[in-house]
Ligand binder design. Structure first.
Ligand SMILES: [Zn+2]
Length: 344
């Protein structure tokens, strides 16, 4: 009996209910992510089957398990990718941990530092209590995500927010994070799906950096189009935020964003936001800004956030983007593929 569905107090421990593959807490979402990916829109499962039958995509996801950091001994990353050799999409449970932790941190900081203060202001009293503990916990979890890039350590399921074992009193934060995480992963999987469908058999000359960049933008755009095909008014904001989180999580690998074979991360983020054609007052702008502020703190970039609170989050976003572009001018491109979204 799934009594946890209506549980309001005490500990919910999914690991006690079902046997999962792997050891890291986000393992509880592996199957859910694949379920939502297969159902990106109403005919998508058929499209996937057709691509598998044409030999362009393997019918298994190559799901890696192990208590390892994102960075491999060779210096590349265990981020989602697809290779010609196997034609299967590679995912790793350490990336699940990374992506979920970043999603939680940005969502909790959005609530505690942007959304609740705003609602309280409108209400004229403290309708939503701001929790310093939740803010600190979100920052700790972000620190954990960053640390996973280079060093593995165990996710403390009793102390830190996680999707496997949590107090029912905190379930809203956890379970809403699960929803955004699932959408972000869906976007990432759709991006790889487009590589399998359109790019693996038509890879450009390795010397043509711009050709690779164009390919990445095309994969992002067509992944977004797939997601948009599956929207309804009630899930639209979830998709917008999922896509933002799927792109923002690429920033934390490096202090600069200039790619040689990949478009700059900030260009990808702006491209995604514009492709989604989100409304001026969408929370997705604020989510993007929270992510960029964490990145600024991480690398002491000293971006100027003076507009915060006085202009819209859309305006603040474009202000920060222009500052990032100025900083990028003259910086050396990052070699290799920090986002690892397409291996050779
Ligand atoms: Zn890619």
């Amino acid at each position: 009996m799934a009594s946890w569905l209506i549980q309001t107090e005490g500990i919910i421990d999914h690991g006690n209910i079902v046997q999962f593959i792997g050891t890291q807490p986000a393992r509880v979402l592996t199957q859910i992510v694949l379920h939502f990916f297969r159902n990106t829109h109403v005919n998508f499962f058929e499209e996937i089957v057709n691509l598998i039958e044409s030999g362009k995509l393997d019918n298994e996801i190559d799901y890696g398990v192990g208590e390892v950091p994102l960075q491999t001994d060779k210096g590349d990353y265990r981020t989602p990718k697809i290779t010609i050799a196997s034609r299967s999409i590679q995912l790793h449970e350490s990336f699940y941990s990374y992506q979920w932790s970043i999603t939680y941190a940005i969502y909790a900081l959005f609530l505690e530092t942007i959304d609740y203060p705003k609602m309280n202001e409108i209400a004229g009293f403290e309708k939503y209590k701001i929790s310093q503990d939740k803010i600190l916990q979100a920052k700790d979890l972000f620190a954990y995500a960053k640390s996973l890039i280079v060093m593995y350590s165990e996710w403390n399921k009793d102390e830190m927010p996680n999707p496997e074992r949590y107090n029912a009193s905190n379930r809203d934060y956890i379970e809403q994070t699960n929803v955004f995480f699932t959408e972000g992963m869906k976007f990432i999987l759709c991006h790889e799906y487009i590589h399998a469908k359109k790019h693996l058999d038509n890879l450009p000359e390795s010397s043509c950096d711009d050709c690779f960049k164009d390919m990445e933008v095309e994969a992002d755009n067509e992944a977004i189009d797939l997601l948009l095909k599956g929207t309804s008014p009630s899930n639209r904001f979830v998709i917008d935020i999922g896509v933002v989180l799927g792109v923002v999580s690429m920033f934390f690998f490096s202090a600069t964003t200039t790619g040689r074979k990949h478009p700059n991360a900030e260009e990808r983020l702006t491209n995604a936001l514009e492709r989604l054609a989100i409304s001026d007052d969408s929370h997705a702008w604020a989510f993007a800004c929270v992510g960029l502020e964490l990145w600024d703190e991480q690398f002491s970039l000293e971006l100027n956030w003076k507009g915060k609170g006085s202009v819209s989050y859309k305006a603040l976003y474009y202000d920060i983007m222009s500052q990032i572009k100025q900083k990028n001018a003259g910086s050396q491109p990052i070699e290799g593929t920090t986002d690892g979204r397409l291996a050779d």
